[in-house]
Design a protein around this ligand. Structure first.
Ligand code: GLC
Length: 434
């Protein structure tokens, strides 16, 4: 009995440190684009939440940002984003170094950004009329970007949502999911968005929903929000966790993805186009991506296109800057795992095979000294070029980066070992360092 427990634990440890083959492309990708867009961009207030009657009102709670329901519900009649070019968005995502795109096919507001036979409240009934999901996914595939459907189970427009007979809304939701997962080719990620505790138990059958998704799209990966963060129905914890508007903690026994807005606003939203939005700084963005990768997670960075269909230039410029960064430092991000050192406010590390990439945000006054490793360090280099002096003994590794060679945002160093970096961790646990 005890022996079998020990064997099971040993197996578990091996399994938890490796990646499920279905998720390999995704953990290798590390960086994706989230897009929140629908006719709410006309008002420039938060998508869905700014519809006044939509509860709870304490979220994104600037009353000045609210739009009266009758106004909100008719915004689509003026929605004609004739500058929308899927090709431009896909080109931008790719230039930013992103490897996948997740798009709001329907947000909580209930507006379908795809041609749905099941609803009149959608893009098909605007002057624009084109199927945004189709154009976007086709363009993404031309750029070798994987595609993800964001579909909100909450729906503040569909009359059956929240009614006493939950089966009607459930049938609607299953119908729309079937459209999305059969009419648009291969879908790589399913991004649900339920976070109201108990909602999934009252308003839709989350287990049937997830089974449908897997049946229609074998190989798809699903986030943890089919039911309240997976917690309402623990069997539906999904394939990955989704820390929101914050950087995930180090976690290498279950995949995760921080979803964060590129634009920030006082009320904590900023998912969709906001008149009052201001992009995060370049330093914040670079460090956010490095923090996710060093913590063994992904970053899904969100943009909010405007009502004409354009990703505003302050957002797109920032993304191009990210792309320039990743052109140099991509090898320390893509296809790496977080570790063997634990990340923290001063930086962290990623690794691949025998190479450890150190991401140093701030150098301690006493210089960079890392805990001891089992392997011998053969060489330390700056990723953008140049050997760096170091010394190693049984107490640790001291790395001497001259001030002139430090980068004020993130100094990325590659440390070549004579053994596998993964072996430095005991049971997959990272070594405290930063
Ligand atoms: C928040 C917002 C929602 C957004 C989601 C993305 O829950 O309320 O609008 O789609 O974050 O994670």
């Amino acid at each position: 009995m005890l022996a079998s427990v020990a064997i099971a634990c040993a197996l578990y440890n091996t399994v938890s440190a490796s990646v499920d083959p279905r998720l390999k492309w995704w953990t290798d990708a590390r960086f994706g684009m989230f897009i929140h867009w629908d006719m709410s961009s006309l008002a420039g207030t938060e998508i869905s939440w700014s519809r006044k009657g939509s509860k709870p009102l304490d979220i994104f709670g600037d009353p000045a940002g609210y739009v009266e329901d009758p106004v909100y519900d008719h915004l689509y009649e003026h929605f004609n984003p004739n500058k929308f070019q899927a090709e431009e968005w896909a080109t931008l995502a790719s230039a930013a170094g992103m490897k996948y795109v997740v798009f709001t096919a329907k947000h909580h507001g209930g507006f379908s950004m795809f041609h749905s036979a099941l609803s009149e409240y959608g893009i098909k009934n605007t002057a624009f009329g084109r199927d945004v999901v189709r154009e976007l996914f086709d363009a993404c595939r031309r750029h070798h970007l994987k595609v993800g459907v964001y579909y909100s189970q909450r729906d503040w427009h569909q009359p059956d949502y929240g009614s006493a007979d939950a089966s009607k809304y459930h049938a609607y939701l299953m119908g729309q999911l079937t459209e999305l997962l059969t009419h648009y080719g291969k879908v790589d990620v399913m991004w649900f968005d339920s976070f109201g505790k108990g909602d999934s138990l009252k308003y839709w059958k989350a287990d049937e929903m997830v089974a449908l998704v897997h049946r229609l799209q074998p190989g798809i990966i699903v986030n943890n929000r089919a039911a309240y963060f997976g917690e309402d129905v623990p069997s539906l914890r999904g394939d990955f966790d989704t820390p929101e508007q914050r950087l995930g903690e180090f976690q290498n026994d279950r995949p995760w993805e921080s979803c964060m807005t590129l634009v920030t606003v006082a009320d904590g939203g900023g998912w969709s186009y906001r008149k009052d939005g201001k992009p995060r700084t370049y330093a914040e963005c670079v460090r956010a991506l490095a923090s996710c990768a060093t913590g063994d997670g992904n970053l899904l960075l969100d943009v909010g296109p405007d009502a004409s269909g354009v990703i505003p230039s302050d957002q797109s410029e920032r993304l191009r800057e990210m792309g320039a960064w990743i052109n140099i430092y991509g090898k320390s991000i893509y296809g790496t795992r977080g570790g063997p050192f634990k990340n923290g406010p001063h930086g962290g590390s990623t690794y691949r095979d025998r190479t450890v990439y150190l991401h140093v945000f701030n150098f301690p006054a006493a210089g960079l000294v890392l805990p001891a490793l089992k392997s011998k360090v053969r060489e330390v280099r700056l990723v953008h070029g140049g050997a760096i002096q170091f010394s190693q003994n049984e107490k640790g590794i001291s790395i001497d980066v001259p001030a002139a060679k430090r980068d004020s945002i993130n100094t990325v160093l590659e440390v070549h070992l004579d053994g596998l970096a993964s072996k430095e961790m005991e049971d997959g646990k990272p070594i405290p360092a930063f």
